[in-house]
Write a protein that binds this ligand. Structure first.
Ligand code: SF4
Ligand code: SF4
Length: 456
């Protein structure tokens, strides 16, 4: 049996001892976010001013300066008890338990030809455009080594439903093992029929459907090679919804021709085919420039205000925001954006292994082969890809919620997987600030609304 990993690696990361916090304010409310513990503390104007003026100072200095102000000292000491100024930091580590998440590129073929897609393989006259059953067997064997409770498998393409028989094959083989599997699929949904919908329901698939809004923007970029891609995809989602209560998450791509997130969301909600919307910002064929990203950030802020003011139906979940709120609730510290190449890999139709599905077919990112496993030295280098070791991120207050740059975006935009772009960071920080405010506002007043927001 092949093993996905030749070596394990465990590394302790020590968080710097000086206090690090960020003050976030909106209207009359201010919150102090403690970087190391992710504690969020509501603070009044006096404490806010002290924290702003004495940033980087020790708590001793502050106490000495305010010795006569009993109320302020009491509050500062109480903040210390909740994390801020607390020099005892827990150790964080990148764990290496083996590969627990695999994206399988089942086919290079697709019935659509979207202009922003990174998977434009030239398949004309090419053999083996679909994965073989032998490679699937190998993948399942490799996943037995994972030490976690369950393995997550995502089917990807091209269009994975062109190979529905291979998905059925994988699931039936996996059922014979004593490992638990969770499944996901990213699809354009146009091929979904009754049998597929029932199969996905019965195996509890997490279905992510790529669809842009409004319709004219979708049809501009997503070419179905005949007919409106929007109509075909919506039709598929409706079939899925008929059999599968859980439905799907819709993923819309933001392009420079379609930057208005408010309009995208209005149009998504009007179609009423799903409650969950995620967005991806195009990088591959049409990366946004700073000005365009500014429009996205402003639009996203307007959307978040609308969410806060109950403008949308209450079941609507805006995934980029909800993911951050979920991390705050669970106190998740991300040392890496996605752990690609660490506990997650992608396998292509020929069995080559990549850190994630978006690197598929980029030869310099082949990190192994399903017959042999992941190369040890490459694996070690991905384990070292920590936000605490990235010079650009090490002093960023948002680092443990962000996890650092997306390696693929950085590679496409800067030819360097560790590089960061200020204007991309601005969007992440603005999302995190909004999440902190929403968490702070709702945790006491309406905890149920907060929990509903992270019903992912
Ligand atoms: S926001 Fe930017 S600088 Fe901060 S951790 Fe993320 S990628 Fe790094
Ligand atoms: S490297 Fe980027 S595209 Fe790949 S899984 Fe991570 S965040 Fe996603």
């Amino acid at each position: 049996m092949a093993h996905l990993l030749y070596c394990g690696m465990k590394r302790d990361i020590l968080i710097p001892l000086e206090s690090e916090y960020c003050i976030v304010s909106q209207n009359n409310s201010s919150y102090c976010f403690d970087v190391a513990t992710s504690s969020i503390l509501k603070i009044d104007e006096d404490i806010k001013n002290i924290l702003q003026d004495y940033k980087g100072c020790s708590i001793r200095t502050i106490i000495d300066n305010f010795a006569n102000h009993e109320y302020l000292i009491k509050n500062i000491i109480s903040i210390k008890g909740q994390g801020v100024f607390n020099p005892i930091r827990k150790k964080l580590e990148i764990k290496a338990n083996g590969i627990g998440r695999v994206t399988i590129g089942l086919t290079e073929d697709c019935n659509y030809y979207c202009s922003y897609c990174y998977a434009h393989h030239d398949i004309l006259g090419k053999e083996n455009i679909n994965i073989s059953r032998d490679i699937i067997d190998n993948i399942i064997n490799c996943l037995y080594d994972y030490e976690g409770d369950y393995v997550e498998v995502s089917f990807f393409g091209g269009e994975p439903l062109l190979c529905f028989d291979l998905i059925q094959y994988f699931v039936s083989k996996a059922k014979k093992s004593d490992k638990k599997f969770k499944y996901g699929i990213t699809t354009n949904a146009s091929l979904i029929d009754e049998e597929m919908a029932i199969f996905m329901r019965d195996n509890d698939f997490r279905v992510i459907v790529s669809l842009d809004f409004p319709k004219n923007a979708c049809d501009l970029y997503r070419n179905s090679r005949g007919g409106s891609s929007y109509d075909l995809t919506v039709k598929g989602i409706k079939i899925l919804n008929r059999y599968y209560d859980k439905g799907c998450v819709v993923n819309a791509v933001i392009t420079r021709d379609n930057l208005n997130i408010e309009k995208i969301i209005d149009s998504f909600l009007e179609e009423n085919i799903s409650n969950k919307l995620s967005i991806t910002i195009a990088t591959d064929q049409h990366p946004l420039n700073e000005e365009e990203m500014g429009i996205v950030i402003d639009g996203e802020q307007a959307v978040i205000n609308n969410i806060l003011h109950g403008k949308y139906r209450s079941s609507f979940i805006y995934m980029p925001l909800s993911r951050v709120i979920a991390s705050l609730i669970k106190r998740i510290h991300k040392l890496n954006r996605c752990y690609a190449g660490v506990d997650m890999v992608a396998v292509d139709v020929s069995g080559k292994i990549y850190p994630c599905h978006r690197f598929i077919s980029i030869s310099e990112f082949v990190i192994g082969d399903i017959a042999q496993g992941v190369f040890c030295d490459t694996y070690s280098s991905y384990c070292m890809n920590s936000v605490d070791l990235n010079d650009a991120c090490i002093h960023c207050w948002a680092r443990y919620l962000c996890g650092g740059p997306c390696m693929h975006d950085s590679y496409v935009c800067h030819c360097d997987t560790m590089a960061v772009s200020e204007y991309r960071c601005n969007r992440i920080k603005s999302l995190i600030e909004s999440a902190i405010i929403i968490y702070g506002e709702l945790i006491e007043k309406n905890k149920k609304a907060l929990i509903d927001m992270v019903n992912l």
